[in-house]
Design a protein around this ligand. Structure first.
Ligand code: FAD
Ligand code: NAD
Length: 468
């Protein structure tokens, strides 16, 4: 073992939470190392999550659009190998970009698995198989992320029974795909393969798609749109198990309310029933750090475990499993270390589902607002009445504002529509500033843009829209 090296901050995990924390810490003048065992930086998000899935979503959308939406523009043939190459190029460009940022900011990138051996020490088992290295740290930030939750009885081989990791790397378009779980991964990856020609059936235990936190009206609208695109849905349906034969898989399902059972044929099964915190090999037991019943590392408001200089951010602890949430926490945790204060506004974290059209939202859903018993207004505006959406022949979806009836303050914004993921940024900013719908309705939005639908939905909440 080499001589222990002393750092102000050692970050374990180089995903969006960890790499952002490491760069921020170095920018604050703290001597910082980031330990990552994957062999490349960027974590789940850049390597097997956000980035590769968006590459496939973008290219499969272009393919599908030319083939089905815009008639007579030309013919296209799928080159799946090329689509996968484009994905790999995006991933490697971005992960190497983070290595560059580490160098530029003076972060020590330590390749290997980090195990906390005592309150100030991390042993790193290097990737190249050499002897372990020991890092000493005044502060430790744990950002080890999450992994796919397995489905009992269906063994993942990442070829025929896949998680999202296998689903972004299939070498041919499956004829029939069953997706277990109608959350964000199921709908995004289901969309990709459906657009490329698979017969996709999504089996969801609950009565609505979209996973936790989606507005019920929006979830219904999205389901209708995806059905029109060819995806099939079995809601309120329990997967009982599967029979994996040499050339066919049978997924056995039953109504969640009991009774009726059937089996669905598949070539590929995507298990997308959620993700769980990942702490294997981290050595939490060596220092007595606790996890809750769902495996999340327990922390206080300042991201501290019961050992105050060991902090935790991102998917491995509480809250939404989103890259931008992990990043905000990375910054805040470092600010706590350096300055003693930091802040993340959890009421203004956007969610985006990158289907086509996209779904995006921030703040409370209508069902949540209703449950509070407070009086509220709804203002909505359909893209079918927006000039740019009509020009683009892309009119599915709508913008919906939920506001406090008395004060007009915005409580939630929900969008289904082209570019919803970009458009929601205005809503997030509005909520950060405590805006009312009238603030937005009286703000000039360029014509002809999709964002006029955003303005008109705001107008509908406090007055009336012009174009509907
Ligand atoms: P991770 O990104 O999981 O990074 C943790 C890193 O720690 C990993 O690289 C791991 O190798 C490393 N590690 C773990 N243990 C150790 C150890 N002991 N020593 C050293 N290294 C270790 N979110 C979005 O906001 N937008 C999206 O569009 C989006 N798309 C997604 C698509 C898919 C298919 C998936 C699976 C996820 C997607 N997510 C998306 C979620 C997003 O990827 C996560 O929320 C985000 O990556 C969490 O960041 P993190 O830093 O907490 O953890
Ligand atoms: P999820 O929690 O979004 O959805 C899982 C779905 O599976 C839920 O609707 C749930 O009711 C259903 N389910 C659970 N058990 C089931 C069972 N036995 N049978 C049938 N259905 C079942 O989880 P996910 O889609 O796996 O995504 C994991 C995480 O990754 C999420 O936190 C998500 O936010 C994140 N992610 C985000 C993005 C994005 O921001 N665009 C993209 C992909 C993933």
């Amino acid at each position: 073992a080499s001589e222990a090296e002393e750092h102000d901050v050692v970050v374990i995990g180089g995903g969006p939470g960890g790499y952002v924390a490491a760069i921020k810490a170095a920018q604050e003048g703290l001597k910082t190392a980031c330990v990552e065992k994957r062999g490349s930086l960027g974590g789940t998000c850049l390597n097997v999550g956000c980035i590769p899935s968006k590459s496939l979503l973008n290219n499969s959308h272009i393919y599908h659009q030319i083939l089905h939406d815009v008639k007579n523009l030309g013919d296209v043939k799928l080159n799946l190998t090329q689509m996968m190459n484009a994905k790999e190029q995006s991933v490697s460009g971005l992960t190497k970009g983070i290595e560059y940022l580490f160098k530029k900011n003076g972060v020590d990138y330590v390749k290997g698995t980090g195990t906390i051996t005592s309150e100030h020490e991390i042993k790193v088992g290097p990737l190249d198989g050499g002897g372990p290295q020991t890092l000493r740290a005044k502060n430790i930030i744990i950002a080890t992320g999450s992994e796919a939750t397995p489905f009992p009885g269906l063994e993942i081989d990442e070829k025929r029974i896949v998680t999202s990791t296998g689903a972004i790397a299939l070498t041919q378009v499956p004829e029939k795909m069953v997706v277990i779980g109608g959350g964000i991964i199921g709908l995004e990856m289901g969309s990709v393969w459906s657009r490329l020609g698979s017969d996709v059936t999504v089996v969801e235990y609950l009565g609505a798609i979209g996973g936790p936190g989606m507005d019920a009206e929006m979830a219904k609208t999205m389901q209708r749109i995806l059905q029109k695109q060819g995806m099939k849905f079995k809601l309120n349906t329990k997967v009982m198990g599967g029979d994996v034969g040499s050339d066919n898989i049978k997924i056995n399902v039953e109504s969640a309310k009991g009774g009726k059972s059937e089996s669905i044929d598949a070539d590929v099964v995507l298990v997308a029933i959620g993700r769980r915190p990942y702490t294997t090999g981290l050595g939490l037991e060596n220092v007595g750090i606790e996890v809750d019943e769902r495996g999340r590392i327990v922390i206080d408001q300042e991201y501290r475990t019961k050992i105050p200089h060991i902090r935790v951010i991102g998917d491995v602890t509480f809250g939404a499993m989103l890259a931008h949430k992990a990043e905000e926490e990375g910054i805040a945790a470092v600010e706590y270390i350096k300055k003693g204060y930091g802040h993340v506004n959890y009421r203004a974290i956007p969610s985006v589902m990158y289907t086509h059209p996209e779904a995006a939202w921030v703040g409370q859903t209508e069902q949540e607002v209703k449950a509070t018993g407070e009086a509220y207004n709804i203002g909505s505006f359909p893209f079918s009445a927006n000039s740019r959406a009509k020009t683009n022949l892309d009119t599915e979806g709508m913008v919906k504002f939920i506001t406090d009836k008395e004060t007009d303050r915005i409580l939630g914004i929900h969008i289904i529509g082209p570019n919803a993921g970009e458009m929601i940024a205005e809503g997030v900013l509005a909520m950060e500033y405590g805006a009312s719908s009238e603030d937005i309705g009286r703000t000039s939005h360029a014509h002809p843009t999709l964002s006029e639908a955003f303005k008109e939905a705001a107008m509908a909440a406090f007055s009336k829209p012009i174009h509907a």
